[in-house]
Design a binder for this molecule. Structure first.
Ligand code: PLP
Length: 374
């Protein structure tokens, strides 16, 4: 199987698998227990917390482990807004039109509580910049949320300039860094980010673990997402998942090397040059100044998309740019925000590579696209 869906989940790195498996044996104790083995587990968790904090210019006390970026995004909006007394009369939130789906569900919920939500449209390159946000700001804006890198296009948004804007207006700024973490540098101070979401399984770590950074966490009133026995500074109850956190830590260490390898292969460039060589018409969606090397959103107007998927379902794992809900095919909200018609949306694929991709694999893909010409 040729795996072309690393943006949905990156296969777990072998080093991480070994570390997780060892941790299940050696760090099985409850990290809240005061005996020796409890302390061993607790120490492991603290080391990873420190490592993550260091890598983004934060303090360990500002990091909370969660089940993944979806939960972190929930905390970023719900816990922060609903818990804060200061923000009680600020009931306006801005998110971008190209956020991960979960952000829209969270905002629907906030709307049901009386919040107003504004959706910022990207520019024609698929990028959200300062100019997309500024006209939407209001005196009662509590929070702006713009993802760092987009999961369908691979585009990296200039979040430092949005952070600066929010800082100057005293508005909280959240950024979902599930895709960008360990792929492009992050510094929460330089970027003026107040809250940031992370996920381990997008960087070769285990599923079910992630983290959130919250600036000055201890000084804030936050509503817990899970009321419990005080774990994770009272924000998220439940026994801490030590082996998964160990895996998250190892993924942070090893993923950078894997991604270096992917950069050297430069599969996007190779795929594009092959399509040109074979005279296959294509459009690349999202043209940011910076974009992630593992993701390419391709519209193939002269390719029978259904045939391509059907004929090759045992050969490739590939994400089609339209979400099939029941029998209806809808263009994804990201492609719609870019102005892609439903028809072109159906001809759109997100190709997302791992560091194990070979030129031979890409030749196979291009051969299959050629065969599915209309
Ligand atoms: C995958 C992803 C998520 C969801 O992360 P989980 O850890 O699976 O909950 C959120 N945002 C972005 C940008 C993602 O790519």
């Amino acid at each position: 199987m040729i795996y072309l869906d690393s943006a949905a989940t990156y296969p777990m790195l072998p080093e991480v698998q070994v570390a997780v498996s060892e941790a299940f044996h050696e760090c099985f104790a409850n990290s809240a227990s005061s005996h020796l083995l409890g302390e061993v587990a607790s120490h492991k968790v603290d080391c990873v917390r420190e490592q993550l904090a260091d890598s983004i210019g934060a303090y360990p006390s500002e990091i909370v482990f969660t089940s993944g970026a979806t939960e972190s995004n929930n905390i970023a909006l719900k816990s922060v807004l609903l818990g804060s007394k200061e923000l009680q009369d600020k009931k306006h939130v801005i998110i971008s039109a190209i956020e991960h789906k979960c952000m829209f569900a969270i905002c629907d919920y906030l709307q049901s509580l009386g919040y107003e939500i504004s959706i910022a449209k990207p520019n024609s390159a698929g990028v959200i910049n300062r100019g997309c946000i500024e006209p939407l700001l209001r005196p009662e804006t509590a929070l702006v949320s713009v993802m760092h890198a987009n999961n369908e296009l691979g585009t990296v948004n200039p979040i430092a300039e949005i952070g600066e804007l929010c800082f100057s207006r005293n508005i909280l700024f959240h950024s979902d860094a599930a895709q960008s973490f360990c792929k492009t540098p992050i510094d929460v101070d330089d970027m003026n980010v107040d809250i940031m979401s992370f996920s381990a399984h997008k960087i070769g770590g285990p599923k079910g673990i992630g983290a959130i950074y919250i600036r000055d966490l201890r000084k804030r009133d936050l509503q817990p997402v899970i009321h419990g026995a005080g774990q994770e500074q009272g924000l998220r109850g439940g026994t801490v998942a030590t082996p998964l956190i160990v895996g998250f830590g190892e993924a942070q260490k090893y993923f950078k090397l894997a991604f270096e390898r992917l950069r050297e292969i430069n599969p996007r460039l190779y795929l594009i040059s092959k399509l040109e060589e074979e005279n296959i018409p294509f459009i690349v969606n999202g043209k940011a100044a910076e974009s992630l090397e593992n993701i390419l959103s391709l519209t193939l107007p002269k390719t029978n998309a259904n045939l391509l998927v059907r004929e090759n379902e045992n050969i490739f794992c590939l994400a089609q740019g339209s979400a099939c809900s029941s029998k209806e095919i809808e263009a994804s909200h990201v492609l719609s925000a870019l102005g892609l018609s439903r028809e072109l949306g159906e001809h759109t694929f997100r190709v997302s590579f791992t560091h194990e991709i070979t030129y031979q694999d890409i030749n196979t893909l291009v051969g299959a696209i050629k065969k599915a010409a209309v």
